[in-house]
Design a protein around this ligand. Structure first.
Ligand code: XMP
Length: 321
């Protein structure tokens, strides 16, 4: 059996052997896999690694800062941040179809990442790309390894021919819980190590309707409250994922103080699951739900109703889009 220190030492040695004195690039998503993979590579080859974080403006409250500030402080990693929120919003303007949103986000993500990768590559001998591939991904895809293709969390295609990299995949033999343990051992921010799975297209597929800056701000505020209360109740690890969904094209009548309101509903979608293939709705304690509801309707002016999704998967999916 392997200790975390043992796994880290073994991976560091094998990364050094693979990479030599070449430069390495890694895309960070905010999730645990890419964060741990990059931290391992950094431990092995230090400043030969450059990380790229494309901020598409669709992350939840605090998550970009977690990467740009907390993670960089914890690791000392060299990070190139691309703030592309305006570009993604412009590309998403007028789009309501879920698959169309995914396509657009995937396409824009690749374009932005590619440009950033080019800029990094121009500065030196970049031959390697880090990927946070886990053992279950390896098994699912038939076990092959290879060069180049970005199998990103956006499920998009590969990089063009002139940007071909060999892959460094230090998590290929590991399961999620082992990755978390190694992340903790490497001193990564707690919130990152224990982050729930979060879809690549981010909050865009949790706004039912067109994605706009105002709607993102509303959803971010509601989502932050739900996450804060889940954490405060000590329930983070009992829940697989906790999407909060904004029904942006729906309004309902409410009353607040002396006034009638005509606001939007948000849906709470806490689920328990083993692998996201099937899921059940989480039986969160009523006091926790009550707290979340009261806080959201008090603190987020545009939301006057909070509803709970009590559908299992199947027939519902975890996300609403
Ligand atoms: P569903 O909604 O299909 O989601 O039950 C299953 C799991 O996949 C995540 N998900 C995505 N992840 N890109 C991603 O990277 C996507 O387009 C996407 N859609 C769903 C979802 O959060 C859940 O963990």
């Amino acid at each position: 059996t392997w200790t975390n220190e043992g796994i880290i030492a073994e991976q560091v040695a094998s990364i050094r052997a693979q990479v030599g004195d070449k430069q390495v690039i890694c895309g960070l998503s905010g999730g645990v896999d890419s964060a741990v993979a990059a931290a391992l590579v950094h431990r092995a080859v230090g400043d030969q690694l450059t990380c790229v974080f494309v901020d598409h403006g669709l992350l939840r409250a605090g998550e970009a800062e977690q990467v740009e500030t907390d993670y960089v402080e914890a690791t000392g990693i060299k990070l190139k941040v691309v703030n592309a929120a305006d570009r993604f919003l412009a590309a998403l303007a007028g789009v309501t179809d879920p698959e169309q949103k995914r396509k657009i986000i995937g396409r824009e993500f690749i374009r932005v990442f590619e440009q950033a990768a080019r800029e990094v590559a121009e500065q030196g001998d970049v031959e390697f790309l880090v990927q946070g591939t886990l053992y279950p991904d390896v098994v699912e895809s038939g076990g092959g390894t290879g060069t180049a293709n970005i199998k990103s969390h956006h499920n998009v295609g590969g990089l063009p021919e002139d940007l071909k990299f060999a892959l460094v995949e230090p998590l290929r033999t590991l399961f999620k819980d082992e990755v978390r343990a190694i992340g903790a051992e490497l001193g990564l921010p707690e919130a990152m190590v224990w982050r729930h799975p979060f879809p690549g297209p981010g909050l865009a597929i949790r706004i039912i309707g067109e994605v706009t800056g105002d709607r993102l701000a509303i959803l971010r505020a509601a989502d932050r409250i739900a996450r804060e209360e889940l954490t405060a109740a000590g329930l983070d690890r009992d829940v697989w994922q906790f999407p909060v969904v904004l029904l942006a094209d729906v309004r309902s009548v409410g009353v607040q103080g002396d006034g009638r309101t005509y606001g939007h509903p948000v849906v709470l979608r806490p689920v328990s699951s083993e692998d996201a293939m099937t899921a059940d709705w989480s039986r969160l304690p009523y006091p926790v739900l009550a707290h979340i509801s009261t806080r959201i309707t008090n603190e987020v002016a545009e939301v006057n109703r909070v509803v709970l999704d009590v559908t299992s998967k199947p027939p519902g999916t975890i996300e609403w889009e």
